[in-house]
Design a protein. Structure first.
Length: 139
């Protein structure tokens, strides 16, 4: 089950049902099951505090993924900075909702087991993001 929360911001995510179906589709396409996923929309300052407190990283980011997966069951917390998503959408010249969907699927792909530490990993992750973004209207 996917749950949606906000911390430290005013934000309404309007596509919860579609998004949950989409994430289920992504999980099943990768031969996984969707467990308990919490998506927490927050501010830059909130995600920075999480990054420092839990990961000892003193920098801003658009998403932090905490992995609680067991076997093929995907569970975790996705902290998403709405401030950073807005900035990145403007930077890359894309719609805010498209960038938000990319960040959400990026977090789920981390739970599935994909990484983005090397250029090769980044290329695989980006290809997966693009593919699943292209499938989103069809689920």
């Amino acid at each position: 089950m996917v749950s949606y929360f906000t911390e430290d911001i005013q934000f309404t995510f309007k596509e919860k049902r579609l998004n949950s179906r989409w994430l289920k589709f992504v999980a099943e396409s990768e031969l996984k099951r969707l467990g308990d996923i919490a998506i927490i929309f927050c501010s830059d300052n909130y995600i920075l505090d999480v990054n420092i407190k839990y990961l000892q990283h003193d920098y801003f980011t658009d998403i932090i993924t905490f992995d609680y997966c067991e076997g093929k069951r995907l569970s975790g917390d996705l902290f998403i900075s709405i401030d950073s998503v807005k900035e990145n959408a403007a930077l890359y010249g894309v719609d805010f909702q498209e960038e938000l969907n990319r960040v959400i699927v990026h977090g789920l792909l981390h739970l599935i087991g994909y990484d983005d530490h090397t250029p090769e990993d980044v290329a695989i992750m980006r290809a997966k993001e693009n593919y699943y973004l292209s499938q989103r209207p069809n689920v």
